[in-house]
Design a protein around this ligand. Structure first.
Ligand code: GDP
Length: 529
């Protein structure tokens, strides 16, 4: 197959949701449709379960699973679909943000009873900022939930989206009868026999057909006709361009557990979802159709075997063809590298591949050369943008608990930070190291992994701070900036790239500082230029 054909058939996306909305179940059903797995239960949930085991055992279990589910690929109607896994747990939100830099579109799963939940709001906001095309799937229609129109309102208001339903439920919960597929003009009935099979649905382009009354009952048929009339009146007509620009979001209804409404979603997705998109670098916009290879690292996974400290770096291919054993430039350290066993990902396994194309993810074995955000090219000096660090919300001093192992601690900390587990800051005043994280769970991960993978021990000391802000002076030489640096000396630190940050103990402090030093901008993410 030609390069352009390979490119055109790729659809790389992520599924995002609040935990428990049905992301794992939906992923699994999509894989079943693709013939990539044979039975339900094959995809393991990447959720952190509390209670049953100790926290760090649970984290290790989760790490094992997340290697297996990092990328799930399958072929459907000749399209190569790559699903990138996103952890739902809020303590791992940064992982999800980074993964979102590697997707071309997303599907958002919402629980019909719970509606829009906190984690969904945060993740959709990130997608909206980047104009990522979004499809919404409202799940669990076999249960009692909110009214469909109320839910659509809620999605518009809480997520700031402009929606248009492409399928519509007939009843819900106990009375759930099926779904009218607006996109394909088909009716799919929900029945016991239908539950675990894949049903094509009946063609039903004319809803006035009395056959509808016979099939779903007069009352339900009447309600459906009225509701659809309202849908056509109230919601904009689907427009593919608007969807691709992030200006319009189609909505589907269904029940992932019952395999219902999923085929409608997938059929529409393969037709409308974007092919691999161009990506901005600091130097220029890189088009996916360019024939020279470019790609960037968006995730690093440490090997589960503590005896082998090698890692797997996940590279999203932006343009060109990635070839096994070809020399590529690691732009940050200026070295050419060859990869003899690049991995491609399929449903449950990874395999060594000769060639990969834009949209694909390759897994590269790494002994510590890669950091998140690194770019690979065929020689061009290019740096992809868009993997910022976000301000952490928890801060602790890290202390060495075993003076004989300070080198190990140093190395372990650097490598874990390269993997993106947390952020390390060094205070200007006394050189003390502070670890910042999104959630408290990360401190256990770090402590456990430092000990088990690096033989180092650490203790923590709480640092009651609200946020760090990246400091961006309008003029580094003016007196205002000098004054800021002098008075705030105790609260200044460097991040691992050497950028200056300010530790603020409250939102009020940030406000006060900003008004006292208006020419010194404070940012909540590391990428602001
Ligand atoms: P995740 O946390 O978003 O990955 O959610 P899961 O896929 O693990 O689903 C959470 C729970 O909801 C599980 O117990 C699923 O069996 C259940 N579930 C998922 N989809 C449906 C559905 O369509 N109907 C019902 N009744 N339950 C569902």
């Amino acid at each position: 197959m030609e390069f352009l054909d390979e490119l055109q058939r790729r659809r790389t996306f992520g599924i995002i949701s609040h935990p428990d909305a049905g992301k794992t179940t939906l992923t699994e059903k999509l894989l079943l449709f693709g013939g990539a797995i044979q039975e339900a239960g094959a995809v393991k949930s990447n959720k952190i379960k509390k209670g049953a085991t100790s926290d760090f055992m649970e984290i290790e279990r989760q790490r094992g699973i997340s290697v297996a589910t990092s990328v799930l690929a399958f072929i459907y109607k000749d399209k190569k679909i790559n699903i990138l896994d996103t952890p739902g747990h809020k303590d791992f939100a940064e992982d999800t943000f980074r993964t979102l830099t590697a997707v071309d579109s997303v599907i958002v799963v919402i629980d019909v009873a719970k509606g829009v939940e906190a984690q969904t709001e945060k993740l959709v906001e990130v997608c909206r900022m980047r104009n990522i095309p979004i499809i919404v799937f409202i799940n669990k229609l076999d249960r009692e939930g909110k009214d469909a129109f109320d839910l659509l309102d809620e999605v518009e208001q809480k997520l700031g989206l402009k929606v248009t339903p492409l399928s519509f439920p007939i009843g819900m919960g106990y009375d759930f009868k099926g779904i009218y597929n607006i996109w394909g003009k088909k009716l799919n009935l929900f029945s016991e026999e239908n539950k675990q099979t894949i049903s094509e649905g009946v063609e039903f382009s004319d809803l006035d057909d009395p056959e509808l009354d016979r099939i779903v009952g007069e009352d339900a048929a009447e309600t459906l006709r009225e509701e659809l009339e309202l849908v056509y009146e109230v919601y904009p007509k689907f427009d593919k361009e608007e969807y691709l620009n992030g200006a319009l979001q189609p909505v589907f209804f269904g029940s992932a557990l019952n395999n219902f409404g999923v085929k409608e979603l997938l059929d529409c997705f393969t037709e409308i979802a974007p092919t691999p998109q161009p990506k901005m670098s600091e130097e220029r916009l890189v088009d996916s159709k360019e024939d020279k290879l470019t790609g960037f690292v968006f995730k690093i996974h440490a090997n589960m075997d503590p005896k082998h400290r090698d890692r797997l770096a996940f590279v999203k291919i932006v343009s060109g063809t990635f070839k096994r054993n070809a020399p590529y430039l690691h732009v940050r350290n200026g070295k050419k590298m060859k990869f003899s066993s690049p991995n491609a990902f399929f449903a449950e396994k990874k395999e060594i591949v000769e060639e990969s194309f834009p949209g694909d993810i390759v897994g590269l074995h790494d002994t510590g050369n890669f950091k998140i955000g690194d770019t690979l090219t065929e020689g061009e000096n290019l740096n992809f943008k868009g993997i910022p660090s976000f301000s952490p919300e928890h801060f602790r001093y890290v202390n060495n608990a075993d003076p004989m192992k300070s080198k190990q601690l140093q190395k372990g900390l650097i490598q874990l930070m390269d993997e993106g587990v947390a952020q390390l800051f060094t205070l200007e005043m006394n050189g003390r190291k502070v670890i910042g994280t999104v959630g408290a769970l990360q401190y256990e991960v770090i402590q456990y992994r430092l000990e088990h993978e690096y033989g180092a021990k650490c203790t923590y000391e709480n640092l009651p701070m609200h946020k760090v802000c990246w400091v961006d002076p309008e003029d580094a030489k003016n007196d205002e900036y000098k004054d800021f640096k002098r008075t705030k000396q105790r609260y200044l630190a460097k991040d691992k790239q050497g950028q200056l940050v300010f530790f603020a103990d409250s939102a009020f402090t940030i406000q006060m500082t900003q008004s006292k030093y208006p020419s010194v901008k404070l940012h909540f993410t590391s990428e602001f230029k």
